[in-house]
Design a protein around this ligand. Structure first.
Ligand code: FE
Ligand code: FE
Ligand code: ZN
Length: 301
């Protein structure tokens, strides 16, 4: 079964607003941040809005097990700075509790950056922090995201993710989130996705893949840039992305679009139109819409 959605907002109506937005894209799942991706200010979860959201999901056939939370970018589990380590652990323990209140079972986490330390030190810091955070009594799984290798980002190869996961004690609460733009930018050839999956299965196990971010890339393979592009408009291309989405080995795993909003024209920095409704339509049809950018603009205008 195709489980597809996109990044949606989580604002005043919290999860209820998120599900409404997902419905407007004809999605059957979604991903949200519990506040701004760039900061760690968080509001209390409103249980009344949560139960309304759960009801609306049930009415529309959404499975809460496929809904994904994403931790903010600025927590860095790889750091050797003790106060930043404490901050990351405390924030993420509370974030897991917020997920539990929202009935959400999976949260994506960037492994972090190794600043002024070796990569192996960074990797073992990440495992140590995860061992302080993860708890069998909390039914929320952390999914480490594959990264593009911008700056000192960790988790850019399957081997690095394996090294982190090997040292995690509560194995039932750790997994991986693939990101097609990040994999391309890290140097994996998305036209040979089954080879990537073979290696992943040998080192970690495909059963550990809990989510897949579906993005095209503005840059060439191995560029280490991390700039997402609308599906079919970038360097990975529509056919490769459709093959990944419909790969039988990934059936039922939530696929989440994180492609950029677009402006009135290419040079318009005021990006206000979400591409998701039109991308989901193309993905369901398995046919690239050459007019997608114009179709998005005229629909939302
Ligand atoms: Fe991410
Ligand atoms: Fe991503
Ligand atoms: Zn990215």
């Amino acid at each position: 079964m195709l489980v597809i959605g996109s990044h949606v907002s989580f604002n005043k109506e919290q999860l209820l607003g998120s599900i409404k937005e997902a419905l407007s894209y004809n999605a059957n799942t979604f991903m949200f941040y519990t506040g701004a991706p760039q900061n760690t200010l968080r509001n209390k979860i409103d249980s009344n809005l949560t139960s309304q959201a759960i009801k609306l999901m049930q009415e529309n056939g959404f499975d809460i097990n496929n809904v994904i939370c994403h931790a903010p970018y600025i927590v860095n589990p790889a750091t050797s700075d003790v106060s930043k380590q404490e901050f990351a652990v405390n924030f993420l323990i509370n974030e897991l509790k917020r997920c539990e209140e929202l009935k959400v079972k999976k949260i994506v986490l960037h492994p972090g950056s190794a600043v002024n330390i070796s990569r192996s030190e960074g990797l073992s810091n990440i495992s140590d922090r995860l061992n302080e955070i993860l708890n069998e009594d909390i039914n929320v799984t952390i999914l480490l995201e594959t990264m593009a290798g911008k700056g000192n980002e960790m988790g850019i190869t399957t081997q690095e993710l394996k090294e982190i996961i090997d040292k995690v004690k509560v194995k039932s609460r750790i997994g991986v989130c693939l990101d097609t733009c990040h994999l391309n930018d890290a140097g994996y050839d998305m036209s040979k996705f089954d080879e990537y999956l073979d290696e992943f299965d040998n080192l970690i196990g495909i059963d550990k893949i809990g989510c897949i971010h579906i993005n095209d890339s503005k840059n060439n393979i191995a560029s280490h840039k991390d700039r997402h592009e609308v599906i079919g408009v970038g360097t990975i291309g529509f056919d490769n992305i459709v093959n990944i989405i419909y790969n039988k080995r990934l059936d039922g795993i939530p696929k989440i679009l994180e492609t950029p909003y677009i402006g009135e024209d290419e040079n318009d920095k005021n990006r206000i139109y979400p591409p998701y409704k039109f991308e989901i339509e193309m993905i369901k049809n398995k046919v690239f819409n050459k007019n997608i950018l114009n179709d998005i603009r005229s629909y939302y205008k």
